[in-house]
Design a protein around this ligand. Structure first.
Ligand SMILES: [Zn+2]
Length: 209
């Protein structure tokens, strides 16, 4: 089952939206600092090639979508982490996300216009692959993404490093150890939420100090 999500700053990630899935997956304009918006994955019937990129955990929720891709006339390929049972479409298993990213880059470099990319995974994964696809020349409207899982990337304004954490309003920076409050401010460029010091009176206080 794929969840329909339209996240906004005021909505928790788990709240399903009432918007129909026919809404565009990506807003037409650049929202560098707004909360990301997502939609359920829907096959694009005009595409000449369908590429589905998923984390292993997300793949478990995509059975019906994979079957729909398999029934289309245009070819479909799946790239995923971990190992799974053989699927209905041409599948490339990658041992980790770095290998997956490299494999996707190689594939996108050879793709012609009319390629449609579908992403499923946690938010950190989605935006890493989204960035990679954009660098490879795909337009925003050629990329659909749906979040599955709760991991998300947080950018620490103190040490300028991004790490992945389980969803929480506060996290401890994995590098500088400052306790961070995660703001409703998302950078698509970095694929991360903004983390600022949780204790304004002690802006550089380490969490364990
Ligand atoms: Zn930090």
């Amino acid at each position: 089952m794929t969840q329909v999500l339209h996240m906004t700053a005021s909505q928790p990630a788990s709240q399903p939206a009432s918007q129909p899935a026919t809404q565009p997956a990506s807003p037409p304009t650049q929202h560098a600092t707004s909360a990301p918006r997502y939609a359920a994955l829907e096959p694009c019937l005009e595409a000449h090639l369908h590429l589905l990129v998923a984390q292993a955990a997300a793949l478990e929720t995509l059975d019906s979508f994979v079957m729909r891709l398999a029934q289309l006339a245009a070819p479909s390929r799946l790239f995923c982490t971990g190992r799974a049972t053989p699927l209905a479409i041409d599948t490339t298993f990658c041992p980790n996300e770095d290998d997956l990213a490299a494999e996707l880059s190689r594939t996108l470099a050879q793709c012609t216009p009319g390629t449609r990319l579908y992403l499923a995974g946690d938010e950190a994964f989605l935006w890493r692959m989204h960035r990679l696809a954009r660098e490879a020349g795909l337009e925003r409207e050629e990329i659909a993404a749906t979040p599955i899982g709760t991991q998300r990337a947080v950018y620490c304004v103190h040490c300028a490093n991004t790490h992945v954490y389980s969803a929480s309003d506060e996290v401890t920076c994995a590098r500088c150890k400052v306790r961070l409050s995660v703001r409703d401010h998302f950078s698509e460029r970095m694929g991360a939420w903004l983390g600022v010091c949780a204790d304004a009176d002690r802006p550089y206080a380490e969490a364990h100090a």
